[in-house]
Design a protein around this ligand. Sequence first.
Ligand code: 13P
Length: 267
Amino acid sequence: MTRRPMIAGNWKMHKLQSEAVELFNGIKDGLRDYTIEQLPEVVVAPVFTSISSVVAQKTECGCGCKGQKIKVAAQNCYWETQGAFTGEVSVEMAKDAGCELIIIGHSERRQYFSETDEMINKKAKAILNNGLVPIICCGETLEQREHGVTDAHITSQIQKALEGITTEDASKIVIAYEPIWAIGTGKTCDADEANRVIKMIRNVVKDLYNTEVADAVRILYGGSVKPETIEEQMSKSDIDGALVGGASLKADSFVKIVLGARSKVNA
Ligand code: 13P
């Protein structure tokens, strides 16, 4: 089975509204000469305050894409629909603002905001129940890697994140393998090693569900992805795309990464 590759830009806590609009339009311009079919699925995740402004730019670019060439994701959500949860944003609210996907379980949220696997599982279920796509992040620290517990740690993160999710819903999810030591450090994980871990994740999904689901789930690599690294990463059997931080903050480098991932697009 063929999986549609995905390149997602996680803008983290960057860009005021006007800057976010400029970045989005820069990406749109850079992809103007390509049809949706010629590209991987392209996603950007602005901060909440910029989502509406960015979504307003999702207009027809002249290629017949009806503004669907670049999808918008949220960087987080809360699992309750509404209520007294000061500072939180529900899935329904993110959807209402125009988001089609939501990143959950990013290592920065686990580290700085004490998010647990149980919370990530609740978020994943809420996202799927609302018809959106969760991008579930996982990954090991340098210490865990050095202690040889990378696979065990990631297996546990995935098993807990997917607990109670139906087979039908499971095939829709996207997983991002982001080794924490490779995030924002300029140190990319060796492509063969990233592919090995991603294959291992696919096997965890197979054990939880079946081969069909494991073959359908897209698994991205994240951690210092750059225009210079993407082609080798995409040449590996199980890497279906990238979750990009720093290099997604400039239109030209993000566009290069998107175009560098075309080897797996079946146009
Ligand atoms: P960098 O690409 O800046 O390493 O960030 C990766 C990341 O955390 C994406 O979610």
